[in-house]
Design a protein around this ligand. Structure first.
Ligand code: NAD
Length: 483
């Protein structure tokens, strides 16, 4: 088994080798379970990004651009195998870096391996079409890579988001430059090293850590980038789209959410309950597709609040390596943001809180899970993405009102509906404004195979599943007149 060596966490991985950032500066990265510095990471800047983009351009215009889909598929499958063999190692690294409880970090590492496996298998299944046209013509379409793709990734699910965007980009023959989040560089660097060890040629995947406004902005504004895939906040997503507009390059934006689960009075509550709570507290609520709003029909409202409250009361929060229900938030800065929103909770009842274990280090970024009930749909806690372990329960009377409340935010990422009425399931699936709708289940973040993306402020474009292969290619139409 190959274990990523990560001899230096404070370097960039460019053109298949470890390099100090040109400015020779580093940034501290904390372990959020303790608040102590875990390591230093490279503070890459525009010169490092330029170097990485040049390496990617050379790779794309060289041997990598001539690989067959089958060769890329085989390579991705090998990378996936190596990731599978290193799941525990990667999970531990992620747990210490971002505070994710070990079991959840392990699920992310498995998902990274699955993305490689999925896109490895899909690489040679993507093809164009023939189109009937005028007499004497043969018309067909080709799917070609964009060229050099930029990937700007947040800290909440680094391995999953790298897997879904870099996996699809490599499968379709692009060369990549990846800018991980400041708080979460380790698994990105380890992945690049694993991929290199599996045989990915130099320059095909380059990783430049650094600040968003330095390395990130340099990547999104680089003239030689042909496609940008961004996952992160709405505010930065808007900047990325504006900067891509300057070079007229396509962008995929995966932004935030305020995703509802709608519970009708005929719902199977026993089946629903684990999904209702887990979808809110998974990764301490720092999930773009977290279900932070639970809409419940009046007749079952008290019952649902009581059942959820009982679960919340039993939730334990503590260090990532203790592997409890909930870990710390990614940083004390994120904790301050969440507490800032919670300070505006006036007018809603606290139905229950979880607990922080006594042995949790005082410097850790811990926030106890909180369940709020009786929120009006326009309350700030029911409208704003909180990105902490917080859910609000909102009552409704009828189907039309449920749809109005569910669709009544600026976001539209994921939604779910709990009912045993088949006709209602179909109506709700059509009317809910979201990129994914789950019926009698909820999938926050899961599903390598399932196309994913938003409406409204949740962003545009689709990643994951086979659909992502279309995002990472350009369609060319060839019309031959042969008589
Ligand atoms: P963020 O937008 O602050 O940062 C995301 C990435 O963008 C980081 O790598 C950061 O360094 C970089 N960045 C920051 N400023 C930049 C700039 N000016 N130019 C270029 N890059 C820049 O987001 P975050 O706080 O890391 O992540 C939390 C947000 O991400 C939440 O809003 C969450 O909903 C969203 N998110 C969405 C999805 C999804 O798939 N829809 C998934 C995960 C997270």
């Amino acid at each position: 088994m190959f274990e990523p060596l990560l001899p230096r966490t404070d370097q960039c991985f460019i053109n298949g080798i470890w390099l100090d950032p040109m400015g020779r500066q580093t940034l501290p990265s904390a372990n959020p379970s303790t608040g102590e510095t875990l390591c230093e990471i490279a503070r890459g800047t525009d010169t490092d990004i330029d170097h990485a983009v040049s390496a990617a351009c050379r790779a794309f215009n060289g041997a990598w651009g001539k690989t067959t889909a089958a060769e890329r598929g085989r390579l991705l499958t090998r990378i996936g195998q190596l990731v599978f063999e290193n799941v525990d190692n990667l999970a531990r690294m992620e747990a210490m870096d971002v505070g994710k409880p070990l079991t959840q970090a392990r699920a992310d590492a498995v998902a990274l391996a699955r993305y490689m496996e999925f896109y490895g298998g899909a690489a040679d299944k993507l093809h164009g079409e023939t189109i009937p046209y005028l007499d004497g013509y043969t018309v067909y379409t080709l799917r070609e890579p964009h060229g050099v793709t930029g990937h700007i990734v947040p800290w909440n699910y680094p391995m999953q988001i790298i897997g879904r965007s870099v996996g699809a980009a490599l499968a379709t023959g692009n060369a990549c430059v990846l800018k991980p989040a400041e708080e979460a560089c380790l698994t990105a660097l380890a992945f690049a090293e694993l991929a290199h060890h599996a045989g990915l040629p130099p320059g095909v995947l380059n990783v430049v850590p650094g600040l968003g406004e330095e390395a990130g902005a340099a990547l999104s504004g680089h003239a030689d980038i042909d496609h940008i895939s961004f996952t992160g906040s709405v505010a930065v997503g808007k900047l990325i789209q504006k900067s891509a507009a300057d070079h007229v390059v396509p962008v995929t934006l995966e932004l935030g959410g305020k995703s509802p689960q709608v519970v009708f009075e005929d719902a199977d509550l026993k089946a629903a309950l684990p999904f209702l709570v887990n979808a809110g507290i998974q990764n301490a609520g720092q999930t773009c597709s977290a279900s932070s709003r639970i809409l419940v029909q009046a007749l079952r409202y008290d019952e649902v609040v009581a059942a959820m409250a009982a679960r919340y009361t039993a939730l334990k929060t503590g260090p990532a390596l203790d592997d409890l229900d909930v870990g710390p938030l990614v940083s004390n800065a994120q904790k301050a943001l969440v507490e800032g929103v919670l300070s505006q909770s006036g007018g809603i009842d606290i139905a229950a809180t979880g607990s922080i274990i006594d042995t949790a280090p005082k410097g850790g970024a811990y926030v106890a899970p909180m369940l709020f009930a009786g929120a009006s749909p326009d309350h700030i806690l029911a409208q704003d993405e909180i990105f902490g372990p917080v859910q609000v329960v909102i009552p409704f009377k009828c189907e039309d009102e449920a749809i109005a409340i569910a669709n009544g935010t600026d976001y539209g990422l994921v939604a779910s509906c709990w009912t045993q009425d088949g006709a209602r399931q179909m109506r709700m699936a059509k009317k809910l404004r979201a990129g994914q709708v789950f019926l009698n289940n909820y999938g926050a973040g899961g599903g390598v195979e399932l196309p994913f993306g938003g409406r409204g402020l949740s962003g545009h474009g689709r990643e994951k599943g086979f659909e992502a292969l279309y995002s990472f290619t350009v369609l060319k139409t060839v019309a031959a007149l042969h008589g």
